[in-house]
Design a protein around this ligand. Structure first.
Ligand code: NDP
Length: 295
């Protein structure tokens, strides 16, 4: 009975932040430019406010300047578009992020389309996604969470080329771009979604599984081929009376079972989660480098 290597996303994310800190200060010293990230938050969702706060903290920790606009829940789409356009034109801003989800009276597509693709650090602009999907094209930015998944594989020297990869979930922000990235890395990719029949027969063929579903402990040990590598994006609250808040967070993968079958696995929390913000910082720095032609 094996015990999987724990893929320590928290440690890798810290290493990446340290690398960015050094690069950011080198940039400031040599050309006097400080990378800037602008975040637009609309409405008063608690989880969104927490994400925005964490992003700001992360920026501070590496020396990236952060700009924040908070708009009321009942703001008009025009007001959001005005903020976007202000940041598009602001030379001290190199990355623009519109915190999702937006209030339901707004057209998300319209707003994401308005972000300058040169500053689209979330990688959600259809031009960036389109280029990600096309052979021979290069997106300016890749969405942060799937990029973080691939970065973990790279940093643990886990080969992707020629492997069978299965992505569970096909959302625009995680599953779909994760599948495109794996394919760009020469994996043979299968996507499982809510209409897939007998998903466990498909996952059992996989050398690499990336799961982004949002269902606690859905993937059991018996779904996994011995020696497979498991990247668990899911963040799901489950009741736990022994926890201070009355709940704890688990992934889509039943960790207890999977860690006995897999060769490597990300924990939840402490796996993909910290990588997402690290990739956002990395995208923002890359953007500043590109805009100022800094090597
Ligand atoms: P969505 O709800 O947008 O997408 C979920 C996907 O899973 C859909 O494609 C859906 O299929 C599929 N799905 C749902 N139920 C099943 C099922 N029973 N079997 C197979 N497929 C199923 O979620 P997100 O992609 O935004 O997020 C997924 C998870 O990742 C969540 O737990 C979220 O909290 C977490 N997350 C974590 C991040 C991080 O930084 N670590 C960042 C973003 C998300 P269909 O398309 O058919 O509906």
């Amino acid at each position: 009975e094996g015990t999987a290597t724990v893929i320590d996303g928290k440690a890798v994310a810290k290493k990446i932040r340290d690398e960015i800190t050094i690069e950011v200060s080198r940039m400031k010293e040599s050309i006097g430019v400080v990378p800037g990230l602008a975040v637009i938050l609309v409405g008063d969702r608690k989880d969104s406010a927490t994400y925005v706060r964490n992003k700001k903290k992360a920026c501070d920790s590496v020396g990236i300047k952060s700009f924040e606009v908070c708009l009321a829940e009942d703001s008009s789409e025009e007001e959001v578009l005005r903020s976007v356009s202000g940041f598009n034109d602001d030379p001290s801003v190199h990355g623009i992020l519109v915190q999702l989800p937006l209030p339901s009276h707004m057209d998300e597509q319209n707003i994401l389309n308005a972000v300058s693709i040169e500053k689209d650090v979330d990688g959600f602009h259809p031009l960036n996604i389109g280029r990600l999907a096309m052979r021979g094209r290069k997106p300016l930015f890749v969405p942060c969470t799937p990029k973080g998944c691939i970065e973990l594989l790279h940093r643990y020297n886990i080969g992707i080329k020629g492997k069978r990869a299965v992505v569970i979930g096909r959302s625009n922000i995680v599953g779909m771009p994760a599948a495109l990235l794996l394919q760009r890395e020469d994996a043979t990719v299968t996507i499982i979604h809510s209409r897939t029949k007998n998903p466990e027969e498909i996952t059992r063929e996989a050398d690499i599984i990336i799961s982004a579903v949002g269902q606690a402990n859905m993937v059991r040990g018996s779904w996994i081929k011995p020696g497979a590598v498991i990247i668990d994006v899911g963040i799901n609250p489950v009741e736990d009376s022994s926890a201070a808040r009355g709940y704890r967070l688990v992934g889509d993968i039943c960790y207890e079972e999977a860690s006995k079958v897999a060769s490597a696995i990300t924990p939840v929390p402490g796996g993909v989660g910290p990588m997402t913000i690290a990739m956002l910082l990395s995208n923002t720095f890359t953007s500043a480098k590109r805009i100022h032609n800094f090597q």
